[in-house]
Design a protein around this ligand. Structure first.
Ligand code: FAD
Length: 829
């Protein structure tokens, strides 16, 4: 029996996604023919912005190549638009005259950019931003001309402007309203965005209404509605003119909105309003004709983002496969801007109306703004700028209508305890439900990613991209996908062999950047970014802390720490907790303390109303519930008493755990507590790629658990066993035995040398356990067993400790008491 014929008009994102879903459900059901007006196979339209910005090529963004059509028995006709649908004859007719009969028809013709019909709108050099041809036209103009005007300060306009700027053009964005992206952002977030774009050189003319495109054949300028006094905005080069102010332009990109492309359906007598009207099964008024994508109007709404279209595609495929069980009920949408280095997220209805409540977190210094609009303890809308990692979580709460009263007071601080940022993002994703959408561009949920990782044994980001498509489009969910990988397969995932760029700002890996910093003597962040041709002049939240660390580790005394490139915990010397308060942990060297230490801690707790004190596993006391504004004064009081930070939050030396040792213990073989104090005095204050823990056990009973530490010492009668690369975290790793030495001096030297090798060579956020596995124990032994190399490493460590984050190495080397040099500089910023 011959198969039914399915014809798809429109080889774009929604139509082909429907075919992909259909092939999963009923691969043999139809003979499929696809007509595409563009001469390309199916590509990812949303990635046109990175193509324009030079961050991707057209080949990179092809979603399904010609092979895919052939493999699935699909006939593809490109470059031949359908010009008519004959519903009586059940066939489509193309511009070239070809006829194709159908049993079912799927219309997915997308939309057209709206071109404002002002005089001159049809001049050469006036274009929209919709397809590869538009990108080619913009790139060609950028090679030949200098001045571009983008009309429209929405998502598309700003992405176009950014791309043109990256191609060397002077770009002015003209916007009718006083707020950029006003459909996605409120005023505070929009002004942060505008300031950041202005810093990069983008110019703006706000509240400007275009009245005319000037020029003969080709555009030469744009005129506005204001009168002869002209525009005040000199930055945009707006000149007064008789009929209104004007700016020069060699290229005008109109990005002022889209209109559903429904002309074929309309001509065929299918009911249309603002778009092609469909019901909840994505059928038009003709039950043989389905429609998906930007061309449709569902329950009165037309969508312009891919996530809802992918939901529509699933439902349409389900009905085409005659399973008939799903319904499309509309979507809530979220938006991100694809300008490298700008983190922006918006979802739902963020304009508060009567009865709504608003939660706002604003940290201008850090460039962070978060706003949640709440009604009846449920999130209605969210706007985030600067720190958007919790956007997915807020969006999930919004979509599921979750009652947030139980965690409302801390919701703006995110879903986890930032204190242990190495695991923090994993905690965030661990708490997300399986149906939480991770990749909005490709409609991939957390459950799909976890499933693929587990069932297909995936270990790298590239594998996940290839199997699920998550993070393969705009890339803004890459951090989340990596966290899912880390929490599903453990920290070992990064040991995958393929080259992984440091972040979206560069193609270069951590190792290449570290090598470049050393070899080419790059001594500040801008030198690194310019040497490696960073895509974003300012870097991003992922690369800034890493670069800051690499520079500190490689150029002690020459490079100065950039506090703004640190996480809030490291800036405030406190560990932010889920309710937004901080915990404070004074250091206790080797676990020792004195009555006066305890008295000072008790006094501070009473003075600052600390609600809870807890003895930690790292042998010190955690003071919970400290208010951010009390941190400076509390630390001032503690440091007067000689107490310093235990860095319980930092990528730094944390604790040196000890047991009682031979002074008190019947089994003790050496002075483990005393050695622990010496080790901690030697190493504290040093920044590390990740947290770093030590322990000294006085005998092989190993009460201090030295064999799951980064550097562990097990004392024996004849000396000291040195162990490295242990980890007691999510994935427990027992240490490797490095060697045995006879004296405390040797322990200190090996510890300094090992620590320095790790500091100089490991990747930022790589603990010693994966580092040792990656480089191999023998490699470390080779370096440390060579006396000259070991001594040189230890000396470099000692030198860098002169510039350690709190106290000078020199004073300790001279044998000063630990408490004498406990100065601490903190900020509540
Ligand atoms: C530059 C840019 C950036 C974007 N960024 C984002 C983003 O970050 N996030 C997001 O969610 N969305 C984004 N979008 C929107 C997103 O790309 C669209 O929502 C999505 O592509 C719509 O899919 P569609 O299949 O309905 O239409 P399209 O992908 O446009 O596909 C329609 C296809 O039908 C073809 N066609 C039309 N008429 C005919 C005919 N008569 N015969 C044959 N073929 C025909 C068209 O040529 C086109 O190829 C962006 C869009 C652009 C242009």
């Amino acid at each position: 029996m011959s198969k039914e014929k399915l014809v798809l008009i429109g080889n774009g994102m929604a139509g082909v996604r429907t075919l992909e879903e259909l092939l999963k459900l009923a691969p043999e059901m139809y003979d499929i023919t696809v007509f595409g007006a563009e001469p390309h196979p199916n590509y990812n339209r949303i990635m046109l912005s990175p193509v324009l910005a030079g961050e991707k090529t057209v080949d990179d963004i092809v979603l399904n190549d010609l092979d895919w059509y052939a493999r699935n028995g699909i006939t593809l006709k490109t470059g031949d638009a359908v010009s008519r649908i004959d519903r009586i004859g059940r066939k489509v007719i193309t511009a070239s005259g070809e006829e194709q009969p159908y049993d079912r028809l799927l219309i997915a013709t997308g939309s057209n950019p709206f071109i404002i019909p002002v005089p001159g709108h049809d001049k050469e050099g006036v274009i929209g931003f919709r397809d590869i041809a538009d990108v080619d036209a913009m790139l060609a103009a950028a090679r030949q001309y200098k001045k571009a005007v983008v009309i429209g300060g929405g998502l598309l306009g700003l992405e176009a402007a950014n791309g043109l700027m990256k191609n060397g053009m002077d770009v002015t964005v003209v916007h009718l309203m006083d707020t950029l992206m006003e459909r996605q952002l409120d005023k505070p977030a929009a002004s942060l965005l505008k300031a950041s774009l202005e810093e990069r050189g983008m110019q703006f003319l706000m509240e400007a209404q275009t009245t005319e495109i000037l020029g003969d054949e080709r555009v030469t300028g744009v005129r506005f509605a204001d009168a002869a006094q002209g525009g005040a905005n000199a930055a945009g080069g707006r000149m007064p003119g008789a009929a209104g102010s004007q700016v020069e332009a060699d290229l005008v990109v109109m990005a002022v909105g889209i209109r559903p492309n429904m002309v074929l359906a309309q001509d065929a007598g299918i009911h249309c309003e603002r778009g092609i009207v469909v019901n909840d099964t994505m059928q038009t008024f003709d039950p043989r004709v389905y429609s998906v994508g930007e061309c449709v109007q569902h329950r009165g709404t037309c969508y312009g983002l891919v996530a809802p279209l992918f939901e529509q595609a699933k439902v349409a495929a389900n009905h085409l496969a005659q399973l008939g069980i799903s319904r499309y009920e509309g979507s809530v949408t979220s938006t991100k801007l694809k300008v490298t280095g700008i983190d922006l997220f918006s979802a739902g209805d963020f304009n508060e109306s009567e009865g709504d409540e608003t939660l706002v977190l604003q940290d201008p210094g850090a460039g962070v703004y978060k706003k949640l609009v709440i009604r009846d303890n449920r999130i209605k809308g969210a706007v985030m700028y600067g720190d958007t990692i919790d956007g997915t979580w807020y969006f999930q709460l919004l979509r599921e209508g979750t009652d947030i009263s139980a965690f409302r007071s801390s919701i703006l601080f995110g879903q986890h305890d930032l204190g242990d940022a190495g695991h923090g993002d994993e905690h965030r994703v661990a708490a997300l439900g399986n149906d939480a959408e991770i990749c909005g561009c490709n409609g991939v949920c957390k459950g799909d990613i976890v499933d693929a990782i587990v069932k297909k044994g995936l270990f790298t980001l590239e594998d996940v991209r290839a199997h699920t498509k998550a993070s393969s489009s705009c890339g803004s969910c890459t951090g989340l996908v990596e966290s899912i990988l880390a929490s599903t397969v453990g920290e070992g995932y990064s040991a995958a062999p393929s080259k992984k760029p440091m972040c979206g700002c560069t193609e270069h890996s951590h190792d290449e950047v570290i090598a470049g910093i050393k070899e080419h003597e790059l001594k500040d962040m801008s030198a690194v970014r310019s040497f490696f041709d960073w895509k974003n002049a300012d870097g991003c939240a992922a690369c800034r802390p890493a670069l800051n660390y690499y520079l500190l580790a490689n150029w002690p005394g020459e490079y100065h720490d950039d506090a703004q490139s640190r996480f809030i915990n490291e800036r405030a010397h406190g560990n932010i907790q889920k309710d937004g308060t901080y915990s404070v942990v004074p250091r206790m060297f080797g676990g020792l303390c004195t009555p006066s230490d305890l008295r000072a801690i008790a006094d501070a707790c009473e003075k600052y109303d600390v609600p809870e004190m807890k003895v930690t596993g790292g042998q010190r006391i955690d003071l919970f519930g400290v208010k951010k504004e009390d941190l400076p004064a509390m630390w001032a009081d503690l440091s007067k008493a000689g107490l310093v930070s235990g860095h319980a939050y930092g990528k730094a030396l944390r604790t040196v755990k000890t047991c009682a040792g031979k002074t008190w213990c019947r089994f003790g073989t050496q002075n483990s507590t005393g050695l622990g104090v010496k080790l901690e005095q030697m190493t504290w204050g040093s920044w590390m790629p990740h947290k770093f823990k030590l322990a000294v056990s006085g005998c092989p009973r190993n009460c201090a658990e030295a064999t799951i530490k980064d550097f562990g010492v097990v004392c024996v009668d004849s000396g000291y066993e040195l162990h490295v690369g242990g980890n007691g975290g999510i994935k427990v790793r027992v240490t490797d035995l490095l060697c045995k030495v006879e004296t405390e001096e040797e322990v200190l030297e090996y510890c300094a040398a090992f620590t320095q090798k790790y500091r100089e060579e490991a990747r930022y956020l790589e603990r010693t356990a994966p580092w040792v596995e990656r480089v191999g124990l023998q490699y470390i032994k080779d370096a440390l067993f060579d006396e000259a190399t070991r001594k040189a490493l230890a000396e470099r460590f000692a030198y860098s400790q002169k510039f350690a984050q709190i106290d000078p190495w020199k004073e300790r080397a001279e044998g000063a008491e630990a408490h004498e040099f406990h100065k601490i500089e903190i900020s509540a910023a």
